[in-house]
Design a binder for this molecule. Structure first.
Ligand code: COA
Length: 255
């Protein structure tokens, strides 16, 4: 359990909110565990017909909590972050996300597994993995080129520049830009519409749209393997230390 993941039921909809705004909703081990548990419940409990993922006003998720990541690095397939990724990839009911403000790292890659994504114009998405000395995760090295083609995926992950909500829609990561004031009600409306459809047809159609997930699971596992190895590299250490020390990283002496 984590006090920073609020979980509630609204009819057939499971709503999960990342609520740690003072740390920009960065995710700790306990938060991953709570998110993974919520998705596992949605997979097992047929009464749940849609899942909603929300952040806080002005911040969706700043990715892995860097401090927590360094002190408790993920180990093994059953590490909470890995469990969360696997649950996202094998979700059986539609997931609707609402994104306002920052969505960094896994804050962006988790959206690739959602079925409908609403963003605000001031949403700021970013895939900073390479600059942090690590590699993208959540199957994003497979999903990004599939969604937008290699050239655009390469630009996002190799340069790691931030992009806004309108660009996320152009790139096919999000469906629509909505006003911050209506984001949550718009997301809930969509989720309730999905949850009111015939549940069997909904599950089967989601499964067909997602296609064979074996390749995706294999890519997630391969990314985890390289990510974990890179995490112990000198370049990652420099990048993470620089973030904690609020300075620019210096990779000039690294081979
Ligand atoms: N891990 C740990 N702490 C984080 C964090 C993260 N990923 N992202 C933000 N925080 C913390 C900051 O250290 C700061 O803590 P403090 O108030 O104790 O100093 C607090 O959250 C506010 O962050 P700040 O950077 O001051 O906010 P901002 O509005 O200027 O910038 C972001 C917001 C998200 C752009 C910026 O915090 C950021 O780039 N975070 C890192 C994102 C990242 O690289 N994630 C991938 C990790 S694999």
């Amino acid at each position: 359990m984590s006090e920073y993941i609020e979980r509630r039921r609204e009819g057939h909809v499971l709503v999960m909110r990342i609520a740690r705004p003072d740390k920009k909703n960065a995710l700790t081990v306990d938060m991953y565990e709570a998110l993974a548990d919520g998705l596992a419940e949605a997979r097992e409990n047929l009464d749940i017909r849609a899942v909603v993922l929300l952040g806080s006003e002005g911040t969706f998720c700043a990715g892995n909590d860097i401090q927590d990541f360094l002190s408790r690095p993920p180990r093994g397939d059953d590490a909470p972050v890995n469990r969360y990724l696997v649950e996202l990839a094998r979700a059986t009911v539609p997931i609707v996300a609402g994104v306002d403000g920052n969505a960094v790292g896994i804050g962006t890659t988790m959206l690739l597994h959602c079925d409908l994504v609403l963003v605000t114009a001031r949403a700021s998405l970013r895939l900073p993995f390479v600059g942090l000395g690590i590699v993208p995760e959540a199957g994003s090295t497979l999903l990004l080129p599939k969604i937008m083609g290699h050239a655009r995926a390469a630009e996002l992950v190799l340069l790691g520049d931030a992009f806004d909500g309108a660009r996320a829609v152009e790139l096919g990561i999000a469906n629509h830009v909505v006003a911050p004031e209506t984001l949550e009600s718009d997301v809930m409306d969509l989720a309730e519409r999905l949850a009111s459809q015939p549940p069997g047809a909904m599950r089967e159609t989601k499964r067909l749209l997602k296609g064979d997930t074996d390749q995706l699971q294999a890519v997630i596992a391969e990314e985890v393997r390289i990510f974990s190895a890179q995490l112990h590299s000198a370049e990652a250490r420099e990048a993470f230390t620089a973030f904690m020390e609020k300075r620019k990283p210096d990779f000039s002496n690294l081979g």
